[in-house]
Ligand binder design. Structure first.
Ligand SMILES: *Cc1c(COP(=O)(O)O)cnc(C)c1O
Length: 397
């Protein structure tokens, strides 16, 4: 069967997951090696020149890592994937391959905390200017573009308040100006959203989250056009060197086999929890794209095939109540990160989004009392019971 004809559930368990041709082992081996022996000086030289295919050194390429890269590019419907040592290595590697001193980036004002720090801190040291705007407003995106704008960067839905950006709308504007669009697709995974299908140029992920899916590694991936990804592989990835270890690539391949079933199970739980929170007397506000009350529910239905398993909420009683909730859960874990099998709760203002200034958090709509929940795949009744008892302690209801 041609990979283009496969549904995503089939791709997840077959592309990059081929049995080992040498032994028939149904799981391909982990090529846990740093270097590859050349049969001759001539062959080594030819591989370095790119005249002949073949492995050289794991920072330049490894069969296990390549298998993961083929898997994620197939899932995202892209041409080529690259694996990195972390989501931040993928994000910074892709961005630094594009910009030079004097260039300008337009980014959404609501991005992952370390992405914010990279864009506004590190890049400014190298003479790259960044303007943070609300990318859900296409007029503001258009207005922010300058002659030297090279990148439009955003997350959708954005961490942590699940604000969405119209990918088709932004990519249309970007194409008119010859600007590269980059979307962080960590929250939805390719199971529920494939930005390339809406005209986005490059998709980045923290593979630490849903793709790996089991909370046991740190990794990142990027997917885009072959020519551009080859350029990233030969420049920032190779020379800055944030490459993924073969063992972690193998673990992610293992995680990806169950990505579609995990995404669906977690989403089902999330929908039930979002409804429960919305009805709860102690809850002020719930952010979940699957609720008809979400202001961008229509956009969610247009560009996503599911609503994911990330929820944010504000309790009556603000920060103090949120703190009590997070200190009172017994089954849910109080931890940052997301997208694993167990449910995690965290406090964005003091944890994941603490690298942002209080002003930047306010502009991005991240209230001090906001609680973020990454819903796992436990039994829904157990989750509701745990959240229910913690909410009672936190809000009295
Ligand atoms: C976690 C995360 C990142 C950073 O990824 P790491 O793997 O921790 O480097 C980037 N974007 C989003 C949306 C994330 O959740």
């Amino acid at each position: 069967m041609d990979k283009d004809d496969m549904r995503i559930e089939t791709k997840a368990t077959h592309i990059g997951q081929e049995p080992d041709p040498l032994t028939g082992s149904i799981v391909a081996p982990i090529y846990q090696t740093s270097t590859f022996v050349f049969p001759s000086v001539e062959e080594g030289a030819a591989r370095f020149k790119g005249e002949r295919d073949g492995y050289i050194y794991t920072r330049l390429g490894n069969p296990t890592t390549f298998a993961l890269e083929r898997s994620v590019s197939a899932l995202e419907n892209g041409e080529k994937g690259l694996a990195f040592a972390s989501g931040m290595a993928a994000i910074s590697g892709v961005i630094m391959a594009i910009v030079s001193a004097g260039d300008h980036i337009v980014a959404d004002e609501c991005v992952y905390g370390c992405t914010f720090a990279f864009l506004t801190g590190i890049l400014s040291k190298y003479g790259v200017d960044v303007d943070l705007v609300d990318c859900s407003d296409l007029a503001k995106v258009e207005e922010a573009i300058k002659p030297n704008t090279k990148i439009i960067y955003f997350e959708t839905p954005a961490n942590p308040i699940l604000k969405m950006v119209d990918m088709e709308g932004v990519s249309k504007i970007a194409k008119e100006h010859g600007i590269t669009t980059i979307v962080d697709n960590t929250f939805m995974s390719p199971v529920f959203q494939r930005p390339i299908e809406w005209g986005i140029d490059v998709v980045v992920h923290s593979a630490t989250k849903f793709l790996g899916g089991h909370g046991d590694l740190i990794a990142g991936v990027a997917v885009g056009k072959k020519e551009f990804m080859d350029y990233v592989a030969g420049t920032t990835q190779k020379d800055i060197g944030g490459v993924l270890s073969p063992f972690d690539a193998w673990l992610i391949l293992r995680g990806i086999k169950t990505l579609p079933v995990r995404m669906k199970a977690a989403q089902e739980n999330a929908m039930a929890i979002a409804r429960f929170l919305q009805e709860h007397k102690g809850v002020e506000k719930v952010y979940y794209p699957g609720l008809p009350s979400h202001p961008q529910h229509a956009l969610a239905k247009k560009q996503m095939s599911g609503f994911g398993s990330m929820i944010a909420c504000e309790l009556k009683g603000g920060f103090e109540a949120g703190k009590t909730l997070m200190n009172s859960v017994k089954l849910c874990h109080l931890a940052v990160s997301l997208g694993e099998t167990s449910t995690l709760v965290e406090h964005p203002a003091s944890m994941t989004h603490s690298p942002m200034t209080p002003e930047a958090r306010q502009a991005a709509g991240i209230a001090d009392g906001l609680v973020r929940i990454s819903v796992g795949i436990e039994h829904i009744d157990d989750l509701l019971a745990d959240l229910g008892q913690a909410l009672k302690k936190a809000t009295g209801y």
